[in-house]
Write a protein that binds this ligand. Structure first.
Ligand code: UP6
Length: 261
């Protein structure tokens, strides 16, 4: 899987969002996802104005925004269109299917109306995937299933990972990919490995987040789309930093597909 180009992977993907994302990555020559974990709508939009051309995906946590409005969503969508990136709401749904469908469609945020894809825990079982897929949002739906986490001491076991991958095989056309940390976690080349926990230097934060380098996640861990949050948004100049990440990731992607790893 990891030796194939994103163009080839786009051909092999059966999920429409996976196809679109892989095509954007190949066209824009970037596999960087910005995790825009800021609490002010205008700060989010400002950062995206500056870095939008360098990313394939923006990852939001919409429930941390203090001044959320539907205007914010309109602006976010127009930036996504202008710069050609997709939107992933990292809600990490984890309840029974019926509740998740309500959380996805209703409430203040109406995620189904604007997010191209969402993240979902496999913990409740396959009903959670069926529930999201049954909601007819405006967009074609994409789902990233969480198979592994980046945080130290997380409770996910080998059996949990295997069972998660089995569910994914059954619903592969509904899935965009996995949130996971290792290249051996799954084999299907039509699914995308989204890997968070990345900074330019290996390190940890105060709450157990573990950071690996771009080189390590691309060459050893098999990441396809790489999520960077504070490495970019907490930097003095996000617009300078975003280019460093984009280039470091793409250089290692090129190494990987040319077989020089
Ligand atoms: N995230 C992880 N690890 C996971 C899953 N998701 O860090 O296993 C998310 C976090 C955060 C982002 O919720 O939004 O990725 C990482 O941000 P950071 O680069 O600032 O640590």
């Amino acid at each position: 899987r990891v030796l194939l180009s994103y163009e080839k992977r786009a051909e092999l993907a059966s999920n429409a969002v996976a196809k679109r994302l892989l095509t954007i990555m190949a066209t824009k020559k970037t596999n960087l996802c910005l995790s825009v974990d800021l609490t002010s709508a205008s700060n989010i939009l400002d950062v995206l104005e500056k870095v939008g051309e360098h990313i394939c995906l923006v990852k939001t946590h919409v429930d941390i925004i203090e001044d959320f409005t539907t205007d914010f969503i309109s602006s976010l969508k127009s930036l996504a269109k202008r710069f050609n990136f997709l939107i992933l709401e990292d809600r990490k749904y984890a309840d029974i299917g019926n509740t998740v469908a309500l959380q996805y469609l209703k409430g203040i945020y109406k995620v189904a109306e604007w997010a191209d894809c969402v993240t979902v825990h496999s913990l409740p079982g396959e009903g959670i995937i069926k529930a999201i897929a049954s909601c007819n949002g405006v967009n074609s739906q994409g789902i990233f299933l969480i198979a592994e986490m980046s945080s130290e001491g997380n409770l996910i076991t080998g059996d949990y990972i295997n069972e998660t991958v089995k569910i994914a095989e059954k619903y592969s056309s509904l899935l965009t990919g996995f949130v996971c940390q290792n290249r051996d976690t799954f084999k299907n080349p039509g699914l995308i490995q989204l890997t968070p926990g990345v900074q330019l230097e290996s390190s940890k934060d105060n709450f157990g987040q573990i950071y690996n380098t771009p080189e390590k996640v691309m060459l050893e861990k098999g990441a396809d789309v790489v999520v960077v949050g504070r490495g970019i948004i907490a930097a003095k100049s996000p617009e300078t930093e975003v280019i460093k990440y984009k280039e470091a990731l793409w250089k290692n992607y090129m190494k990987r597909v040319s077989g020089k790893m």
